[in-house]
Design a protein around this ligand. Structure first.
Ligand code: GLN
Ligand code: ZN
Length: 758
């Protein structure tokens, strides 16, 4: 018995309809009923598409107004106390939690948001307190099941499992063991399953992706006890795992009293033999063989090999994407600006469905001519990619091969470099600087749009951007900052801007993927070997430097971030792509130095994002990621100062690697944690210079000089003054000019105040 199914479909819509409807609704421009209509239309379209593609079992419960974890929290009645008086839970309550709004209270804060495993999707963190109770409150899932059934579809509801939901939650108030809540949580899950059974549901997909993590033993034990309890419900459970190998949880996952198990064979194909060995033959094995997280067409032949070997051993085999298709763009059909060859290599969510059904068909009727044809096409695509000149560039390959360890180390150690740099730069104690971008005004965006549309010629656009740079330099001179920047007016996005100038990249027009709520990102695609045909930033930076006697810091995006915020290749390792990107950035760094730029910042905000989920795989990643950064940064003279910047709030597990990057100066986001983060750097005895952000640029609030003096005093207690820089948390592109001026003025004065005491 072969079944083709899907774990989840993107809900944002082919044309991001949900995004626009949500934003209009929040902005008061759309009635609630119209928003609900939009959601219903999308669900209907998505079921229809999936049914037409030939799936046997369609997911329901993958449509979410904001986020799947938030919906699950509401369903369980886990509504934070501060929203308890926001009225009967309804759609608006959900938006209140997500956006920090409240019908009759000012200053209510939203639920915290954080990354969903190792993806770029953000979920809303459940808030757990010791007195937490649960009750079934939110009927969206049941309503949507009924809706799909009324349309005649055979559906499989999807819920986030109790252990994963708890694991993702964060304790608020008095500390306690989250597992204590299970006892109160499981009865609600039982009611959910009971109610689905009453709706005539046969199979329920229960997502437990934490089974792909290193779990403490009490959590493993909790899986056993929880699922023994849940198995009493009169439905069959498909336990879904994804994003990594089950590894040491494989035995546990196979033995839980559920009717089926889904495993990710894209991330971890090596787990198949063990799965076949350990999973009882009467259980369903669902294999995720089509990558739900990338844009490449599936190698059907390879996938079929895996499936065939499984089909020999198990009676009930299901075929699926590796994970929910939430993480893929939706519709390739409209990418008319991609050339035919490249398009033939790609598969977005809609195409992935076809791959899944084709594979199921190939198992059922291998000799059918359409199956044969599709397999032959797939082989041809793989072949074309393997030999294509747009993928393989022998010059790049040779450069990589010729790399020696010396390429990725600075010639002398930090302390000596620092002295030489100081001799050259003559910076005051506590030098002040910014992270790179200055306000991206609507004027700047209008100019760029006009230029892209061909309404503004190159020369005029150039002049407009130069005028912006001149203004930013003048502003910084007036403010009295010590190290200036050119302001990044010419950049739309810190990855796209570079990607567009590098060989080996491609861009889609509609390849949007949900990032959180109504927000989507459109990552570029790394198609082949990456190289830099010509300088990317030198002219702008040189121009900026020509306007000031103070050092202007060159501004680049680092290799790891360029990789993490793009769709990667699947034919080479991430490491290889990172090193290629590093060489491209290195060339730019060297050119900037030759153009007289003495300080160069290589941003790596996504450095931690690439960290593998499994601890055993982390050292290798951190090793190559730090090496890629150093490779990009080490082509310069000792006297050239390299900065880097990172902005996320967890450094603890990566400090070794951050130190190994050996940047002369690192600027980090810490103001929101009240400099707590800096303690980690201090405890670790981080050796190089640090600029802990002294104010939060995400907030329109202008910080006072006193606020910043306080933070600097804190910083000074843990980092020697000689290694301390003064700067905001992150780039200023989302702020306006009055806020920016006021905040930076206060920052410069704060630095001067402290400086004068030494
Ligand atoms: N240099 C970039 C800026 O200032 C850094 C952005 C980031 O850290 N995400 O905008
Ligand atoms: Zn930042």
């Amino acid at each position: 018995m072969i079944i083709a199914h899907n774990l989840g479909f993107p809900r944002i819509g082919r044309d991001r309809e949900l995004k626009f409807a949500l934003e209009d609704y929040w902005g008061g421009k759309l009635e609630r009923s119209a928003l609900e209509d939009c959601g219903r239309t999308l669900r209907h379209e998505h079921w229809q598409q999936q049914a037409e593609a030939g799936l046997d079992l369609l997911p329901v419960g993958d449509f979410h107004w904001y986020d799947q974890v938030l919906t699950q929290s509401l369903m369980l009645g886990a509504i934070p106390e501060r929203f308890a008086d926001a009225g009967e839970p309804d759609l608006d309550t959900l938006f209140h939690l997500a956006r920090g709004t409240h019908p009759h209270k000012e200053g209510t804060f939203a639920c915290e948001m954080t990354k969903w495993f190792d993806t770029n999707y953000h979920y809303l963190v459940p808030e757990l307190h010791i007195e937490q109770t649960f009750s079934l409150q939110w009927t969206q899932l049941f309503d949507e099941v009924a809706e799909a059934q009324a349309l005649g579809y055979r559906v499989k509801p999807v819920v986030i499992g109790p252990l994963t939901w708890l694991w993702l939650g964060k304790i608020k108030g008095a500390d306690f063991d989250r597992l204590q809540l299970l006892e109160r949580l499981l009865p609600v899950y039982q009611s959910i399953l009971q109610r689905l059974a009453e709706q005539g549901i046969d199979w329920v997909q229960i997502d437990e992706p934490i089974l792909a993590l290193d779990l403490p033993s009490d959590w493993k034990a909790a899986f056993e006890s929880s699922y023994s309890q849940l198995q009493r419900a009169p439905v069959k459970l498909l336990l879904a795992t994804y994003f990594d190998s089950l590894d040491d949880n494989l035995g546990l996952a196979c033995s839980l009293p559920v009717a089926g198990l889904h495993a990710d064979l894209v991330r971890a194909p090596e787990q198949l033999p063990l799965l076949l060995d350990r999973l009882p033959a009467y259980k369903v094995l669902s294999l995720g063989v089509v990558n739900g997280r990338n844009v490449w067409r599936c190698d059907l032949e390879h996938a079929l090999q895996l499936l065939t070997s499984a089909a020999e051993r198990c009676e009930q085999l299901w075929v699926a994407p590796s994970c929910s298709l939430l993480h893929s763009p939706v519709n390739l059909g409209r990418e008319s600006e991609l050339d035919a060859e490249l398009r033939s290599w790609l598969a977005f969510a809609e195409q992935k469905l076809q791959e899944v059904t084709l594979l199921a068909q190939a198992l059922r009727t291998p000799d059918r001519s359409d199956v044969q044809q599709a397999l032959a096409d797939s082989v041809a695509v793989q072949q074309a990619r393997t030999t294509s000149a747009r993928v393989h560039n022998s010059t790049v390959a040779k450069r990589l091969q010729a790399l020696t360890p010396e390429h990725s180390v600075r010639a002398t150690p930090f302390t000596e470099r620092a002295a030489l740099q100081q001799e050259k730069l003559q910076l005051p104690l506590l030098p002040t600087t910014t992270i790179g971008s200055f306000p991206q005004t609507s004027h700047i965006r209008q100019q760029r749009k006009a230029w892209r549309q061909g309404k503004l010629d190159d020369a005029s656009y150039n002049n407009a951007m130069r005028a912006e740079i001149a203004q930013v330099i003048a502003e910084q001179e007036t403010l009295g900052l010590d190290v200036l920047v050119h302001g990044e007016a010419e950049r739309n996005d810190m990855v796209e801007y570079f990607g567009e100038q590098l060989e080996g990249y491609a861009f889609t027009r509609f390849g949007w993927v949900q990032s959180y709520g109504s927000r989507c990102v459109k990552p570029p695609i790394i198609v082949g070997d990456v190289s830099r045909p010509q300088a990317m930033t030198v002219a702008w930076t040189r121009y900026a430097q020509s306007l000031s006697g103070k050092p202007v810091k060159g501004m680049l995006t680092g290799p790891v971030t360029l990789l993490m915020w793009s769709f990667p290749r699947e034919d080479v390792s991430r490491e290889t792509s990172a090193l290629q990107l590093a060489l491209a950035v290195r060339d730019e760094v060297v050119d900037l130095e030759a153009a007289g730029i003495g300080i160069i910042q290589i941003d790596e905000p996504a450095f931690r994002e690439g960290l593998p989920l499994r601890r055993t795989a982390q050292p290798h990643y951190l090793d190559w990621a730090a090496r890629a950064f150093r490779l990009s940064a080490s082509g310069v003279d000792d006297r050239t100062q390299i900065h880097t910047h990172m902005c996320y709030s967890e450094f603890n597990d990566t400090l070794d690697a951050i130190a190994a990057m050996d940047a002369d100066v690192i600027t980090i986001e810490t103001s929101r944690s009240d400099m707590q983060l800096l303690d980690a750097f201090a405890d670790f005895a981080y050796p190089n210079a640090i600029g802990p952000g002294v104010y939060d640029i995400h907030s329109p609030r202008v910080p006072s000089q006193a606020d910043m003096v306080k933070l600097l005093n804190k910083a000074q207690r843990v980092i020697p003054l000689e290694r301390l820089w003064v700067n905001p948390d992150c780039g200023l592109k989302t702020r306006n000019w009055p806020e920016t001026r006021a905040a930076l003025q206060a920052m410069v004065t704060a630095a001067r105040q402290l400086r004068s005491k030494h």
